[in-house]
Design a protein around this ligand. Structure first.
Ligand code: DHB
Ligand code: FE
Length: 286
């Protein structure tokens, strides 16, 4: 038996969601509907905890700065400390990596012509820890190892949706070529519509977001051709984070000739801080 990708999880990553959890505010009227939308996900996850997660996220000038900007990077360390984003690190567990599988994915994906940057020292910010908190709650340690895959969506030029989809396909091939019998999930995070600065700060576009969720499930190849300018125009400057969802979608069976995934859960909620929150779980057959 080799490793295989069993499911993909898609979720937004707003820092205020992490703060709401850390400060015990999840029952407050503002937050209650948001966390209610993740209840089905947490119960599904408790039955379907994988052996490891490939977590596609973006760093927000925390580990990387304008000094160097990798387009795609993979964390190969045994441990990833929780980053201090200016208010001290969140009081959540450090993230345990999977160096053996990460090194294998790096080898395989680079040989498939994707130039991943290898990162051996990587403090992880809300882009990675908030999705973990949403899916797992507040455990003393995260239930499985995580391999961070960082995508630059902060400083232009950022990669295209199509390139992200193809990277997902390459990661799937890499996972399937790993000899250990492992159940792997791949998560695509960030988005949905939001803009944090300028005259359009606070922009939300529910029609765009819901059409994106529909087409991500039903027609990801065509959706991945959406040009950057359409995200900026329709989904705000930070809506471009959505290209990261294509990496996870590209790793699903149907894009390698297999059956369409089952949609386990879909949720959409506005607002969370300045962001529209979208969430999907797709499961591969068998
Ligand atoms: C917010 C959203 C983000 O994606 C982010 O990285 C920081 C802040 C927000 O909505 O406040
Ligand atoms: Fe962000």
């Amino acid at each position: 038996m080799s490793a295989r990708i069993s499911a993909s999880v898609f979720t937004s990553h707003v820092p205020a969601i992490g703060a709401a959890m850390d400060l015990g505010k999840t029952e407050e009227p503002y937050w209650e509907p948001l966390f209610a939308g993740y209840e089905p996900s947490r119960s599904w996850m408790s039955e379907n905890t994988p052996d490891a997660i490939v977590l596609v996220y973006n760093d927000h000038a925390t580990a990387f700065s304008l000094d160097f900007i990798p387009t795609f990077a993979i964390g190969t360390a045994a441990q990833f400390p929780v980053a201090d984003e200016g208010w001290g690190p969140r009081q959540v567990p450090d993230v345990v990596g999977h160096p053996k599988l990460a090194a294998h994915i790096a080898q395989s994906v680079i040989q498939q012509d994707f130039d991943l940057t290898i990162v051996n020292k990587l403090p992880v910010d809300h882009g990675l820890t908030v999705p973990l908190s949403l899916m797992f709650g507040q455990p003393d340690e995260w239930p499985c190892p995580v391999i961070p895959v960082a995508v630059n969506v902060v400083q232009y030029p950022v990669p295209s949706g199509r390139r992200c989809l193809e990277l997902g396909k390459a990661i799937r091939r890499a996972v399937e070529a790993f000899d250990d019998d492992l159940d792997i999930q791949i998560w695509g995070t960030g988005g949905m519509s939001h803009q944090l600065q300028g005259p359009r700060a606070g922009l939300i576009n529910s029609d765009f977001d819901n059409a994106f969720l529909d087409r991500l499930v039903s027609d990801p190849e065509a959706l991945s051709a959406t040009p950057h300018i359409d995200y900026v125009r329709e989904a705000g400057s930070e809506g471009i984070e959505l290209v990261m969802w294509f990496v996870a979608r590209g790793a699903m069976n149907d894009l390698a000739g297999g059956a369409s995934p089952t949609q386990i859960h879909r949720f959409y909620h506005v607002p969370a801080s300045n962001t529209a929150v979208g969430h999907l779980i797709l499961e591969n057959a068998g």
